[in-house]
Design a protein around this ligand. Sequence first.
Ligand code: C2E
Ligand code: CA
Ligand code: CA
Length: 448
Amino acid sequence: MLPNGDVDLSERLIRFEEDSRNSLTDPLTGIGNLRRLKTQAERLIAERADDPAPFSMGTFNIDRFRPVNDLFGRTAGDEILAQVALRITAALPENATLVRIAGDKFGMLLPTCFFEQDAEEMGALLADVFAAPFDLGERTVRMTASFGFCQYPFAGETFDELLDRCETALYRAKQAGSGRVQVYTHEIEAEMRRRTHIEQGLRKAVAAEDVQPFFQPIVNLADGAIIGFELLARWADPDLGPISPSTFIPLAEQAGFIDSIQRLLFRKAIKSAQNWRRDVFMSINLSPVQLVDRATGRAIIRIMDQMGFAPEQLVVEITETAMMSDPETAVRIITDLREAGISVALDDFGTGQSSLGRLRDFAFDKVKIDRFFVSEIDRDKRSEHIVQAILTMCEGLDLSVIAEGIETAAQAETLIRLGCTTGQGFYYGRPLCADAAVELLNGPTAPA
Ligand code: C2E
Ligand code: CA
Ligand code: CA
């Protein structure tokens, strides 16, 4: 103690040093934390600012760690994280920094990993490190991890940018499966730019009500008579031209404005459908995020009420994959819709998982056989048998069947021979703009 009552200055300094070291350390594993990664990265960026020699940064996380945690308990989970830290530290070069960012997510800085190839090799090596089982006392578990890397300065010049690029790469690695390594490349960069561009363009288009409803005829196979139309979204970016809904619908879902697109389309479509015969139905697609929102059914019903569109004239198409993330909510939405008199169709049938169970457990009115089977039906006997089986099963379950993607007369004939009565596809008609659909429905105007 010093005369002025203060604790020894050196002691204070030691404590200060300890404090700051602690705040850069992850208490669970003893390696660094996110702040350490940031500090080290910023130091490296400052060093290389004049002579921008590249370096690599990476993030990884364990595939399906949550279930392991749930199954074996938190303590076991913590033990695994500590073992991961030890193993990876041992595998990394001396000059590398390994940190735990949060949960089962780790980050690393590799000052002498200069190129894409180096990071890829390092990633492959680290992925191998996971191959040996993790020891949990009496039992062991096997795990894999996914890795995302990027290089300074190509991917970014600040820590935040670099971390963001690592996350993008990691996300892609995860999408490709488990135990994968992905480096942020020029292709990914270009794709991200394109995505951002499309997203901005789409937002503007929605605000300007510039997304159009198109309608593809659904017909009676026997005579080609139109019994309904499937509503399909169409949009062209001013710079990039027409963008497929398979691109822009998921993008709008991720960006959180799918509801406004759907509302816009639905209103426009209903307006146009007011010129249809009353016995022609409109079939609309619901996207996966709408199926986890309890309010979806009611929102559809409200718009129909407001605009005076009969529920008997509407079919809502749902894919199996879309129902999977929250089957309970999906069931409620389906129930809401059916109670209001709206029909529900199972879209893309045959491409999802556990199709049969779903047909039993969920109340559908229709099944749409996926294009994949129809396109093969004349080339591959097995597809024909599958279609035959679907038709027989649906007959037993009292479900009507629509064959999708009919492109040739031969396909149509086979389907008819198998007992399929309704279908759609380019052979019967491509998706048309609203006016063309009305015109088609009203038949060719007789020449004067
Ligand atoms: P989907 O619901 O399976 O729609 C059928 C797709 O097959 C449409 O593609 C249609 O143009 C295409 N198609 C129809 N007949 C044929 C054919 O004979 N041959 C071939 N090769 N293709 C055919 P599109 O319009 O590009 O839509 C792709 C997907 O985007 C749709 O698949 C649907 O999942 C989604 N989508 C389109 N519009 C909307 C929408 O308004 N809302 C939502 N949530 N999804 C939409
Ligand atoms: Ca559909
Ligand atoms: Ca479909």
